[in-house]
Write a protein that binds this ligand. Structure first.
Ligand code: UDP
Ligand code: MN
Length: 595
């Protein structure tokens, strides 16, 4: 009895401990994000699908690399293998022109390259040893296509199937947006059922545009996470886990891969750059902002990005549909990346770029399809997005494109209702918290220039900087000042708020790439990115200072040469008079355009 009591109390004691531990371990491992969107929510839907779907409780991480595949791929040889540039021989040029015209890239060369070619592993070294959650959500890949060339379309599908862990990839849905190429119908269906069991095509009866085609695919998708790709892409090594882990940790997350460049002529696979944060200017051109110091400090970690590039991203189906998917009123293409990005951020989500996930994309040489005769559908799309999401900031768009004011944007009731229902934040919040450095680089209202007019030398006051007389192409000189004479002037310049010096009326900037003393000043297309084109005017000393290493604009009056030299207080030829100076702007120098 006593023994029994002892045994029972020991049992109770141990069970108590194990209950407490279980609860603690559960809490620790369930990795519940701050905003309460636990994995359980995400997987509740999935649980209904079948008994093999388990609740995610584990934070165990594993190495997801498929080393057998990496090994096999590394041995492959042939045209375009390892992402090397490839070429057609002279007797293979028959279809070159014809296929180029309808695709905007070298489609004839694509036919020569293996449909499952190897790509170079150009990830950051740190990505190669990175581990990801063992339990990740399942994936439906959605690829809209309109008249895609058959081998680039199939290479997209093959690369996804080949480089995705089979247990994560549920399906690939190719959405045929009313293509007219013969291959897009039965031959495609037959090819897929014979060769790629996870891939199927759905055929839209009429041209719907990429936005509605993506929506059509997403509606068919059955997995937890939707991944959208363009129809001429190639997924790189271990591309999936880095996209999925942030979503597994918080379902209100959208993750974009790094987009590599597949060169349109040679189909070479190479990096675009080392990453940047997505943005826009006030004409809605897609732009990029520099990484933040904390992003640079962790080069393999996903970093926050205000705006997605558009074509390639992963998002949980749950969140996508909570946001109402895309606005179905958006026609064909244009503005959809802004709509979704604003929605994600303003309505409680977040967006990341994952440096360890890379997907190559053929950037076309030119757009091959004629736009369907639908008038200014892009303007109409932009206006829909601006009206629903941008509040008072929409004005900045209309200032630059006054005709938008008169475009009929159609019925916005449904979109506005979504914004209200989800209690989404104002655009001001997005600008201040997410795209906080955007206005510095792309000011909503363009600041005035710092100064303009002739740039006259103090040491040799008859001489001015002159963009007309050159003994070498694009090298600037000094010449006799022509102000007040009848001679056509090439001596008119602007020190712009971008902190570059432009030739008046042209988009050419004073540029120096040579770090040496007496480096020439050349004219180069303006990029607005400072660096080689950065100039500062010091009113007091009358110096034009170049770049970060403080060299001063100077000239040799004898040889009429213009160059930069290290600054010297006693030099008179280093002093210049800028004809019209905006004193208020100059006084405010440090606060203008510093991103
Ligand atoms: N697309 C589509 N319907 C259209 C236009 C484009 O399905 O009306 C597809 C296209 O085949 C591609 C994706 O949408 O897979 C993005 O278009 P595209 O590659 O032409 O844009 P880009 O990358 O050149 O900006
Ligand atoms: Mn594309």
């Amino acid at each position: 009895m006593r023994r029994n009591f002892k045994a029972i109390s020991k049992f109770l004691f141990l069970s108590g401990i194990s209950v407490v531990c279980t609860v603690l371990i559960y809490r620790l491992l369930s990795n519940k994000p701050k905003n309460g969107n636990s994995l359980n929510d995400l997987f509740a839907r999935r649980k209904a699908l079948g008994p093999e779907e388990v609740l995610i409780l584990s934070s165990e991480k594993i190495d997801w690399h498929n080393y057998d595949l990496i090994e096999l791929d590394s041995k492959r040889q042939g045209p375009g293998e390892q992402g090397k540039p490839a070429f057609l021989s002279t007797n293979e040029m028959n279809n070159y022109e014809k296929l180029y015209k309808v695709n905007g890239f070298n489609a004839a060369l694509s036919d020569k390259i293996a449909i499952d070619r190897s790509v170079p592993d150009i990830r950051h070294e740190g990505c190669k040893t990175k581990k990801y959650l063992k339990q990740l959500p399942s994936v439906s890949v959605v690829v809209p296509f309109h008249n895609e060339h058959w081998t680039t379309l199939l290479r997209t599908a093959h690369s996804v199937v080949k480089r995705s862990p089979p247990e994560l990839l549920k399906e690939v849905i190719l959405v045929d947006d009313a293509s007219t190429k013969e291959f897009s119908k039965k031959p495609l269906d037959d090819y897929l059922s014979a060769n790629l069991s996870k891939v199927r095509a759905i055929h839209l009866p009429e041209r719907s545009g990429l936005i509605r085609a993506r929506l059509a695919g997403a509606r068919e998708a059955i997995a937890d996470v939707l991944i959208f790709l363009d129809s001429h892409t190639e997924a790189n090594i271990n591309w999936l886990p880095p996209l999925l882990e942030p979503i597994a940790q918080d379902y209100k997350t959208c993750v974009c891969p790094f987009i590599d460049v597949i060169q349109y002529e040679t189909l070479e696979y190479r990096a675009q750059d080392e990453g940047a944060r997505g943005a826009f200017d006030w004409e809605f051109f897609y732009k990029r902002l520099p990484l933040l110091p904390e992003d640079l400090a962790h080069p393999t970690e996903p970093f926050k990005s205000p705006i997605m590039a558009g074509g390639l991203f992963a998002i949980s189906a749950k969140f996508f549909w909570e946001l109402g998917g895309y606005d179905e009123g958006l026609d064909i293409w244009g503005g959809e990346q802004y709509e979704l990005s604003f929605k994600i951020w303003q309505c409680g989500g977040q967006m990341y770029d994952a440096p360890c996930s890379r997907v190559g994309h053929i950037y076309r040489k030119y757009a091959p399809f004629p736009n369907p005769g639908k008038g200014d559908f892009v303007g109409r799309n932009y206006k829909r997005v601006a009206e629903v999401w941008m509040d008072e900031y929409a004005e900045y768009l209309y200032m630059r494109r006054p005709r938008y004011k008169f475009i009929d944007s159609g019925d916005l009731t449904k979109q506005k209702a979504i914004r209200k229902e989800l209690n989404c934040k104002p655009f001001k919040w997005f600008m201040e918290k997410v795209a906080f450095d955007l206005p510095l680089k792309y000011p909503p209202i363009e600041p005035d220039d710092f100064g303009s007019g002739e740039i006259r030398n103090v040491g040799a006051p008859e001489l001015c900087v002159d963009a007309g007389y050159k003994d070498r192409d694009s090298v600037l000189q000094v010449a006799k000042c022509v102000k007040g004479t009848s001679k056509k002037s090439d001596q008119n310049f602007t020190l712009t708020w971008h902190k570059d010096i432009r030739v008046c009326g042209k988009s050419l900037c004073f540029d120096i790439s040579d770090p040496n003393d007496k480096a020439d000043v050349t004219l180069f297309p303006c990029h607005g990115m400072k660096g080689n084109q950065y100039w500062k005017y010091d009113m007091e000393k009358q110096w034009f200072l170049h770049g970060a290493n403080n060299r001063c604009l100077d000239c040799d009056p004898g040889k009429m040469k213009l160059y930069v030299r290290s600054c010297d207080d006693s030099s008179k030829t280093q002093k210049w008079r800028l004809e019209n100076v905006n004193l208020t702007m100059i006084a405010n120098w440090e606060n203008i355009g510093t991103a």
